[in-house]
Every structure is written in structure tokens, then in C-alpha cells.
Design a binder for this molecule. Structure first.
Ligand code: 0GY
Length: 297
């Protein structure tokens, strides 16, 4: 066991320890398809190359939140503060009783044996992060080498990018030729009209590529109007849910890294779901059918 201790960033905002109980009752079998764990740092040290040092957010705290919100399962996505050391995430999978799947970060020198072990534990994807405040960009060949290694396992790529990245890298993303899941709708600027060219590019990308999925998550990161309604994000997320009902995913994003003003209440985030998936049929696809198709079949 590591005995290293970490001091969170001076401006770090801790996750909300007492979220409200959602009024929206999620359907049976619902999956929180985007969340993270942080450490605990003394067990699973943060990466030397990290760009932020968070508070701890453990496996058991994640499971407690899952149960409190009424979800059945989690998809845990590797957070950049852990670099390519996926130990904390794999520990969640190992103790989840098959109720968690994972999306890891690996380097091109990852071995077949390492990937096979991860698959066995429940990993189904790798994450490529293009957000420059979180990671230093890598050349296309770096990512392509990883894709060549994960393709035989049937995994997908989770992409976290901003609108300018889709403009620059869209052709490269298309050429990867594996399923793609986009984090947080590619971070649209919701102060712009719905029919702005950047958001239209995202929609076109999804229309042209039926292996592209989209997480309609993180209104808290995108909204200027704020909680509890996140009204300015609703039209964007709703448009994606209604046009691509079979390729949308949703997650809390707990423990909400790098929030600078306030941290969302996870119960209120769950209550946001019916405003973007407005019928029981859409809610069933978003929260149950789609994540089970991508992660448990
Ligand atoms: C998110 C968003 C953020 C952070 C990370 O891996 C990460 O560090 O994804 C962010 O700061 O926007 O999905 O958690």
C-alpha cells in the first residue's frame, strides 16, 4: 500500500456529501454511464503528470451514491488525475459484483495481457482526452496505435473534446473505425443559438456515423443559467436525445472534477433527465437500454 498523502488544490471544490433525493424515479436497471473515482490517494496515488489534485472520492462512496439515486450500475471513466494508472478504476470493477464497467486510459505500449485482464474485469473502452487544460495533446499516431490494440476486443473510444477539436480532428475520429462515445456533447457553447455551426457539426458527425454515441451529461459544466433547471442546456440535449434516441447515454459525472463556482447536487442532476428525455420510452433508452447495449452485451 502507498503511504503517500496528497493535498488537494487550494481552489478545489469537494463533491456534495448530502445530495437531495431525486423526485424522478429512474427506471429499473438504470446506469450512471459517466462517473469517476479519485484515489483515495493513499491507496491509489494520483499521477505525477496530473494537472489537478482532487479530494478523494472512493469506490464505496460511489456505490453509496448509486444506491441513493436509485441506479443499478455504473460506468467508471478514468479521470486524468490518475493518468494511465487505472488501478483505482479496476478496483471498483473488481468489487462491483458485475455492476460496473470501465473506460481506461492506456499508452500505446500496453500489452495484450494487460488488456485481456482489464477486459475480464469489465473494461469496454479507452478514453482519449483532447481538453488541453486536462492533458497535453498527443499525435494521431499515438491514438491510432492504441485503437489497433483494442479493436480485437470490441472496445470503443470515449472522446472528450471541445468544438474546435471536432473541427480539426473530425476526419481522424471518423478514420478510427471503432464505436465512439462523445463526452458531454462535445461541450457546446449554449449561449449560442441551437443551430450554430459547431453544434450542427456535432449533429452531422452523428448523422454520418452510426457508430457514434453521445453523452448528454454535464449540464452543470455547460450552463450559464444554472441549477436546478439548466434551462439553457435543455434544447441542446433534447435535440440529441430526440434525433438519436438509440445512441445517447447519461451520467452524473460524480465527483465533478474542476468545478470552479459550485458543485452540482446529484439529486438535482437526476431530476434534470426528464427535461431532456421527455417520455418513459426515451428515458428507458437513455438510462437502461443504451448503456446496457454498449457495456453489458
Ligand atoms: C469530466 C470532466 C472533466 C475532467 C475529467 O478526467 C478528467 O479529469 O474528465 C473536466 O474537468 O471537464 O468528465 O469529469
Amino acid at each position: 500500500m502507498s503511504t503517500q498523502t496528497f493535498v488537494k488544490d487550494a481552489d478545489w471544490l469537494d463533491w456534495e456529501a448530502s445530495p437531495s433525493k431525486p423526485q424522478f424515479v429512474v427506471p429499473v436497471g438504470a446506469v450512471d454511464a459517466h462517473c469517476h473515482v479519485f484515489g483515495p490517494g493513499n491507496l491509489f496515488p494520483f499521477a505525477p503528470e496530473r494537472k489537478y489534485t482532487p479530494c478523494d472520492a472512493s469506490r464505496d462512496q460511489l456505490f453509496a451514491l448509486r444506491d441513493f439515486l436509485g441506479f443499478e450500475k455504473n460506468v467508471v471513466v478514468q479521470a486524468t488525475c490518475h493518468g494511465s494508472d487505472n488501478s483505482a478504476l479496476l478496483d471498483v470493477l473488481e468489487y462491483s459484483n458485475d455492476k460496473a464497467r470501465g473506460v481506461v486510459t492506456v499508452t500505446p505500449d500496453v500489452t495484450e495481457a494487460e488488456l485481456a485482464r482489464m477486459h475480464e474485469l469489465g473494461v469496454r473502452g479507452v478514453r482519449f482526452n483532447y481538453v488541453k487544460r486536462l492533458v497535453d495533446p498527443k499525435p494521431d499516431e499515438y491514438y491510432r496505435a492504441i485503437v489497433d490494440k483494442i479493436r480485437p476486443l470490441g472496445w470503443h473510444v470515449v472522446l472528450y473534446f471541445e468544438p474546435s477539436d471536432l473541427r480539426e480532428k473530425g476526419d481522424f475520429f471518423r478514420s478510427l473505425n471503432v464505436p465512439i462515445a462523445i463526452d458531454h456533447m462535445g461541450r457546446p457553447d449554449v449561449s449560442k443559438p441551437l443551430d450554430n455551426p459547431d453544434f450542427e457539426l456535432l449533429q452531422t458527425f452523428m448523422r454520418d456515423n452510426d457508430n457514434v454515441w453521445c453523452k448528454v451529461s454535464c449540464p452543470d459544466r455547460l450552463s450559464l443559467s444554472g441549477a436546478p433547471l439548466y434551462a439553457d442546456v435543455v434544447p441542446f440535449a433534447k435535440a440529441i436525445v430526440e434525433e438519436f434516441p438509440d445512441r445517447v447515454l447519461w451520467g452524473t459525472d460524480w465527483p465533478h472534477p474542476n468545478m470552479k463556482k459550485d458543485v452540482p447536487d446529484d439529486g438535482i442532476l437526476v431530476d434534470y433527465v426528464p427535461s431532456i428525455a421527455t417520455t418513459p420510452a426515451l428515458q428507458q433508452k437513455l438510462l437502461v437500454t443504451n448503456p446496457n447495449t454498449l457495456y453489458w452485451s
